[in-house]
Ligand binder design. Structure first.
Ligand SMILES: Nc1ncnc2c1ncn2[C@@H]1O[C@H](COP(=O)(O)OP(=O)(O)OP(=O)(O)O)[C@@H](O)[C@H]1O
Ligand code: NI
Length: 362
């Protein structure tokens, strides 16, 4: 069903973006989402850029409050008052989703783009059987009804490894265990036949064994269906298992972006380095688990400094005064930190960061 929602006709072609324009399914550019509360403005997502290519998994990792869920909800068109997308674009197959009507967005949601949340109970309706809920999605998105829909629903439950699938169609969500519910939710998402699956902490509420099984299942499904995935987690260890590319978020910004291998082998940002040190077993000499002291600050105004500076072991005076620009340190590896470009003198670096909103090349 992909592409159906994009009507043919006369419209200007989307900008071909650099080298990845053709294969990018989703391109997010300078996205800004603000919550206007009685007390303050919260810049929950503050100018982020990333893209997801067909069939790949982009992991977004960051501590609690860094803006991961608001990013996901912005893409899904689920930001409600007092929140608002105030800038940037979210292009899906070249079409900007920002500014689309609720009806148009409903066409994408669950159709082209599906989402799985941390707590399956909030997405499953307790008063309908699991089978009915999957069949409703099949009716809505694949025009399947009656016997055909029942067969397909059973097949979907089997495909997410729920034993005795046909019988379990007539059970209610509360009769399923936590892991089974998450599987049922994945089946529901698949009933929409999406091209992009957004997973917001899908395994956080599960025990370790179930978590591993669900991660494996998601990867299997992705390979089979050539799905693109946006995988959100606070656990950088999980990222290593599922992601092809990674975006590290901090206080509304993406502070480092790279393919998973270079990010783990050679993290550039002190925050990323700190997150990696917190993985148990990664640093055998450490006799206690390293954690970064303090919390993610709430961004209540546009950034005029490095928001990580107060917690950063490498911070110097200017970090409190200059907002770091994005530096390209390698092919498809960027970092937003005044320590880069590494080869330049401190004076040169600061001048570049002060002067530019564009990417600085190393
Ligand atoms: N409806 C809302 N009203 C006001 N502020 C909000 C709202 N939703 C999110 N925020 C704020 O936006 C910021 C980012 O929140 P978000 O939920 O995206 O964080 P997160 O990275 O997903 O964290 P977690 O790992 O805890 O889920 C936080 O400061 C949060 O308080
Ligand atoms: Ni979240």
């Amino acid at each position: 069903m992909s592409g159906d929602s994009i009507a043919p006709g006369e419209r200007s072609l989307p900008d071909e973006d650099e080298d990845e324009g053709e294969e990018s399914l989703l391109e997010v550019e300078d996205l800004r989402t603000v919550f206007y509360t009685d007390k303050e403005e919260i810049h929950a997502v503050d100018g982020i850029d990333f893209s997801i290519r067909k069939g790949e998994t982009l992991g977004i990792v960051g501590e609690s409050g860094s803006g991961k869920s608001v990013t996901a909800r912005s893409i899904m068109g689920l930001i409600k008052s007092p929140g608002r997308i105030v800038g940037g674009s979210i292009r899906y197959r070249g079409e900007d989703l920002v500014g689309k009507s609720e009806t148009e967005l409903e066409g994408y949601r669950g159709g082209d783009i599906a989402m799985i949340f941390q707590d399956p109970m909030t997405s499953l309706n307790p008063v309908y059987t699991v089978g009915n809920q999957i069949k409703e999605a099949l009716d809505l998105h694949q025009d399947l009804t009656g016997e055909e829909a029942t067969d397909e629903a059973a097949r979907l439950l089997e495909s997410v490894n729920i034993p005795d699938a046909r019988r379990r169609l007539s059970e209610y969500p509360h009769e399923f265990s936590g892991g089974m519910r998450q599987r049922a939710l994945i089946a529901m998402a698949l009933a929409c036949d999406p091209d992009l699956l957004i997973c917001d902490e899908p395994t956080t509420a599960l025990d370790v064994t179930t978590q591993a099984q669900i991660l494996e299942l998601l990867q299997e499904i992705q390979r089979e269906r050539d799905l693109a995935m946006l995988f959100i987690t606070h656990d950088i260890g999980v990222i290593a298992e599922v992601a092809d590319r990674v975006a590290v978020m901090y206080a509304g910004e993406i502070i480092e972006r790279a393919a998973v291998k270079p990010l783990f082998a050679d993290p550039k940002h002190p925050y990323t380095q700190g997150l990696l040190e917190s993985i148990p077993g990664r640093n055998p000499e450490a006799n206690q688990l390293h954690t970064i002291d303090g919390d993610v600050p709430t961004a209540t105004e546009p950034a005029s400094s490095c928001r990580f500076a107060p917690r950063c072991p490498a911070a110097f005076d200017e970090c409190q005064k200059v907002h770091p620009a994005t530096v390209s340190v390698d092919d498809d590896h960027t970092v937003s930190c005044l320590l880069y470009p590494e080869a330049d003198s401190k004076t040169d670096r600061l001048a570049q960061h002060r002067d530019t909103d564009e990417v600085i090349d190393e």
